[in-house]
Design a protein around this ligand. Structure first.
Ligand code: NAD
Length: 254
């Protein structure tokens, strides 16, 4: 699908991979709404990018419905929905102080998995009402963000890995279901990328993480993630997949 002139939403668009994706889509001529937690950071990102700020918690059904309404009024029904909103949590299943806190596990699943599903279901429902845009009968594209932790979760990443495993597993059943509507679904499993999340780590830790990447020996750039999103949108044959973008790294147990 061509990006030029199309309405798009990007969750987590106020920071990191989502911000870079929104910037790339806007550079390609899309009209973009950023769905992120309401606040100054979101407003600033939207101002800088020339995007619409649609504040919401991605796991909240009413808030995402209202954010989509905003996007529709400003730009028309989105044909592109990219989910980048996510949180990273850590902790052993059985730690020094006993079993893991169930609330923390639930919160991780709620934001990363339920939030992704919530946005996908509400955005796809609206996409089904649109006319196809090309001879393939394509109506829309959904791109979700998993993680390589979905496949090689490290010790302490049980909640995060489970949430991202869920995101990776959603692609195929969703793509199969939405095929009748000409809506594609794919996920990206990033390796280690430079984002505010990563930049929070000390320089030596970042270097040692980068050293574990076979090639290139550096963290990924957010725009390299965004370029993958763009390619998925433009390449109609990519559907139902989860693509690793990771410089061939495979995470060790710890
Ligand atoms: N950076 C990496 O190396 C890396 C690797 C693998 C996967 N990922 C995944 O990529 C995605 C983006 O990560 P990032 O590094 O850009 O992180 P980031 O922290 O820079 O950005 C995440 C954004 O999501 C938003 N967000 C969090 N909870 C939300 C909620 N409930 N509702 C709405 N918005 C919410 C945050 O406000 C933030 O703007 C995440 O899903 C992350 O798990 C990142």
């Amino acid at each position: 699908m061509q990006i030029e002139g199309i309405s798009a939403i990007v969750t987590g668009g106020a920071s990191g991979l989502g911000y870079a994706t929104a910037a790339r889509l806007i550079a390609g001529g899309a009209r973009v709404a950023l769905l992120d937690l309401p606040g100054q950071r979101l407003d600033q990102a939207a101002d800088t990018l020339g995007a619409l700020a649609a504040g919401c918690d991605v796991a909240d059904p009413e808030a995402v419905t209202a954010a989509l309404d905003q996007a529709v009024s400003a730009h028309g029904v989105p044909r592109i929905a990219v989910s980048c909103a996510g949180i990273v949590t850590g902790g052993r299943i059985v730690g020094r102080d006993g079993p893991a806190d169930l609330d923390s596990f639930e919160r991780t699943i709620r934001v990363n998995l339920i939030g992704t599903f919530n946005v996908m279901r509400l955005a796809a429902h609206r996409m089904t009402t649109l006319d196809p845009v090309n001879e393939d009968g394509e109506r829309g594209v959904i791109v979700n963000t998993a993680s390589i932790a979905a496949f090689e979760g490290q010790i302490g990443q049980a909640a995060y890995a489970a949430s991202k495993g869920g995101v990776a597993a959603l692609s195929l059943p969703a793509a199969r279901e939405f095929a009748q509507h000409g809506i594609r679904v794919a996920a990206i499993a990033p390796g280690l990328f430079h984002t505010p999340m990563m930049d929070g780590l000390p320089e030596d830790v970042q270097q040692s993480l980068a050293a574990g990447i076979p090639f290139p020996k550096r963290l990924g750039k957010a725009d390299e993630f965004a370029a993958t999103v763009q390619h998925i949108i433009e390449n109609t044959m990519i559907n139902g997949a989860c693509l690793r973008v990771d410089g061939a790294i495979r995470l060790e147990p710890k």
